[in-house]
Design a protein around this ligand. Structure first.
Ligand SMILES: Nc1nc2c(ncn2[C@@H]2O[C@H](COP(=O)(O)OP(=O)(O)OP(=O)(O)O)[C@@H](O)[C@H]2O)c(=O)[nH]1
Length: 370
């Protein structure tokens, strides 16, 4: 934690901890809090039905950082209260000697679709400014996980939007492959953490979002799943999933040529207008023509986008290229790729490769794409 101590005015890191009912969120939180100094961390717990139970468990580790919302689902009835609580945490007055709040963890109810919560974080003026999403951490248990993913849309969404997945109850099953396959189909390359792996939980769960500006650190390349970065397989096209899991899939648009910022804005506006409800999550780093040395990172859910943030420089080890990762539900990949190409002058997905046509021994002399 000392490495990311919050500078005055720097955003509060916010982790959304989600996972299906009984997956082990509270157990994980208890472990995390027992490992992590809690003086500058607050936990917002939302429960559905069993009010108070989780608070009792968490209180053993953190006597004063816990705020429990009243009964209700965090994605709908308590959404207003969650926003109010986060506003209160960001704006509360505090004695001069107390350190500023560095982190907030929101534990959602197991039945929550996390996308409305993420949308609130991105679109509420004060929240978008005061908080930086440090990552969506989803807990999946080996015992019930595969069945939940097969049967419950909210469980699939929790996995699809995760920046990190924690696997619990591995001690209770012999075979792990079916669940790992189901996760890979929804969110290929997501970083997996086995809850049985000893200490250092905070290190593995925190810092999996995008941060930088400028430069509050975190690791945008890892967040994006850029090739060569730990925890991700680096996928440009994966996650076909038209079977039992419906049509949640992810793909990446990659373009090395810098693009005009206004073309990207136009592309995103049209995406939001036409595909909004199908976008579970969008993460992007943009190689902008106007500032090729300083990329812009973007993220969004549904039709909402977080205000763009410009990084100090390209993340170490990442080549300058635009990389847009889209996780969608019934999202039309060809349409999206063609739309991007139309706005940015890139190659259309169904058009021949320019180099293959121009640098081809059979190419028509003098012919080139203009
Ligand atoms: N064997 C085993 N049990 C676990 C593990 N993680 C959690 N549990 C147990 O699973 C049960 C549910 O854990 P919780 O931490 O309450 O799960 P939760 O996701 O917070 O549950 P809800 O708040 O009801 O959604 C508890 O009895 C835990 O002790 C694990 O890795 N192995």
């Amino acid at each position: 934690m000392s490495g990311d101590r919050r500078a005055a005015g720097a955003p509060i890191r916010l982790t959304v901890l989600t996972g299906f009912l009984g997956a082990g969120k509270t157990s994980l939180l208890n472990r995390l809090l027992s490992e992590t100094p809690v003086a500058n961390l607050a936990v917002v717990v939302n429960e559905f039905g069993a009010v108070g139970l989780d608070q009792l468990l968490i209180e053993t580790a953190s006597s004063d950082g816990v705020i429990e919302l009243s009964e209700g689902c965090v994605c709908c009835t308590v959404r207003g209260a969650l926003v109010d609580t986060l506003v209160m945490l960001a704006t509360r007055s505090r004695p001069a000697e107390t350190p500023p709040l560095e982190r907030v963890i929101v534990e959602t109810t197991g039945l929550a679709d996390p996308t409305p919560i993420l949308a609130s974080l991105m679109t509420h003026e004060l929240l978008a400014d005061a908080y930086a999403l440090d990552g969506v951490v989803t807990v999946v248990d080996h015992l019930a996980g595969a069945a939940n993913l097969a049967e419950r849309p909210e469980a699939r969404r929790q996995v699809a939007v995760a920046d990190r997945i924690v696997l619990t109850k591995g001690d209770l099953v012999a075979e792990q492959e079916p669940l790992l396959d189901a996760i890979a189909a929804l969110n290929p390359g997501v970083g997996l953490v086995d809850a049985r792996d000893g200490e250092g939980l905070a290190q593995r769960l925190f810092g999996c979002g995008v941060v930088d500006p400028v430069t509050g650190k975190a690791d945008p390349a890892r967040w994006l799943g850029a090739p060569g970065h730990a925890g991700h397989a680096g996928h440009d096209h994966a996650g076909h999933d038209h079977g039992a899991h419906g049509a949640i899939r992810s793909f990446a648009i990659v373009q090395a040529e810098p693009v005009a910022w206004e073309a990207v804005v136009a592309f995103l506006d049209l995406m939001a207008a036409t595909q909004g409800e199908r976008i579970l999550r969008m993460k992007a780093i943009v190689h902008v023509r106007e500032s090729p040395a300083r990329p812009i990172v973007l993220h969004g859910v549904r039709s909402y986008q977080h205000p763009p943030a410009q990084l100090a420089a390209w993340p170490a080890g990442m080549s300058p290229e635009t990389r847009i990762v889209l996780i969608g539900d019934h999202l039309d990949e060809i349409y999206v790729r063609d739309l991007f190409a139309a706005f940015t002058g890139g190659l259309r997905s169904d058009a021949p490769d320019r180099a293959a046509v121009e640098a081809n021994p059979l190419a028509v002399p003098g012919h080139s794409f203009g």
